[in-house]
Design a protein around this ligand. Structure first.
Ligand code: ADP
Length: 385
């Protein structure tokens, strides 16, 4: 009884054939109806939702070919199988050219009928699945466009008033002299929270921008050694605050890449912020730079909680987080501090735009290493000092 959902209409002017077909089809688990001629078949097609029509070619009044043409014109999704004798096999081939799915030869061999129907059902199921997939893709595209629009509008609509709030809070803080401790603390909290919100919106905005237009408009030579030493200075304080040992290991000769300072800064900062977030106090975080076969390999490693194997691809997806986001603490520096699942998608987008790639090695409980491979820039001696 595996074909309960498939409804078949059999059309033939011979009653005995109709009876034989109907009982065989029902035995195999199909729903079967009969029609004695083409007109009745058309009538039934307009009333019932048949997936398959089996028709004799040789019938008085309306022959099988005329029926085939009319059915295909009105209900193109119905699969048609024609029944024909050896003498009229060419007509069967013509029928296939006009849209019939298959043909059955007379005298009818019911094993062949069963096989032909099985094939036809497989095709119907595959068509349905394809159709469902196409619809899902269209729906996903629409949702994605809606998400982009929503993010673009909200980030714009929130950013403007937020900038005003932040500006006035800063003025208030400067102009309120001799404020008592409670007022000072309240202002501090307001300012800190406003800055956090503003930073989150900026990251959403950057991701939108990176997705839409490609961020790398201008490429320039970057001295990685100098760049990473500056990062070490800028971010060192955050690691000290959490008693995390932070190291940067660079080759003696400066390494150069072609890129965009802003993009590279976002890549390294996002990876370091994650390392900071997912490494408990007293752990280790570091950056190493190596030359590898004409590429530059930048590794950002940590001794933190690690990432389960099955999450390795998913974490680069926008707004994806391994842990339940509702359990987050809302801070970028705290252990397991909050986020929106934006950082790594930004990193991947930017590394790809630089013509590079990113790999992840990680073991839950033992830490993670994000490896970025970028093309090395060949610098003339006068520049590479
Ligand atoms: P967010 O913007 O919230 O920081 P990311 O896209 O940067 O999100 O990271 C997605 C998820 O990947 C994080 O929520 C975290 O679960 C996991 N993850 C990223 N980096 C690390 C890391 N160094 N160690 C452990 N987990 C990490």
């Amino acid at each position: 009884m595996e074909h309960l959902d498939i409804k078949i209409l059999i059309v033939d002017d011979e009653e005995i054939i109709l009876t034989l077909f109907k009982s065989a089809l029902e035995t195999w688990g199909y729903q079967a109806d009969i029609a004695e001629d083409g007109q009745k078949a058309l009538q039934k097609c307009s009333e019932g939702d048949y997936q398959i029509l089996i028709t004799d070619l040789n019938m008085p009044n309306m022959d099988g070919m005329s029926l085939l043409k009319r059915v295909k014109a009105r209900w193109p999704m119905i699969e048609i199988i024609v029944v024909t004798g050896f003498g009229t096999i060419e007509t069967a081939i013509d029928a296939m050219k006009m849209g019939a799915s298959d043909f059955i030869l007379k005298p009818v061999n019911f094993e062949q009928v069963q096989f032909t129907l099985k094939k036809c059902c497989q095709k119907i199921r595959a068509d349905h699945e394809n159709q469902a997939l196409r619809e899902s893709i269209a729906q996903l595209r629409e949702l994605n466009a809606m998400k982009d629009k929503f993010l673009a509008i909200t980030s714009h609509e929130i950013r403007t008033p937020l900038t005003i709030i932040k500006g006035y809070l800063e003025i208030l803080e400067m102009s309120l002299e001799d404020q008592n401790q409670e007022v000072q603390e309240t202002l501090d909290i307001l300012l800190r929270t406003t800055r956090q919100l503003s930073e989150t919106l900026n990251r959403v905005h950057t991701l939108q921008w990176a997705n839409r237009s490609g961020w790398q408009t201008r490429s320039e030579p970057i001295n990685l050694n100098a760049f990473l030493q500056a990062v070490q200075q800028d971010m060192g304080r955050l690691f000290q605050h959490r008693q995390i040992l932070f190291s940067v290991q660079l080759p003696e000769t400066p390494v150069w890449i072609h890129g965009n300072h802003n993009g590279l800064r976002i890549i390294i900062q996002e990876l370091l912020h994650n390392a900071l977030k997912f490494t408990p106090n007293h752990g280790r975080v570091g950056i190493t730079v190596k030359n590898s076969n004409g590429d530059v390999e930048i590794s950002v490693f940590d001794s933190g909680i690690g990432i389960p194997f099955e999450e390795k691809e998913l974490i680069f997806t926008e707004f994806y987080e391994v842990q339940n986001p509702l359990h987050h603490k809302t801070s970028k520096e705290d252990f397991m501090g909050g986020g929106m699942g934006i950082g790594l998608s930004l990193v991947k987008e930017m590394v790809t735009s630089l013509g590079g790639r990113i790999d992840l090695e990680s073991e839950p409980g033992a830490g993670s290493t994000f490896k970025i491979f970028l093309k090395k820039a060949v610098m003339s001696k006068s520049v590479a000092v």
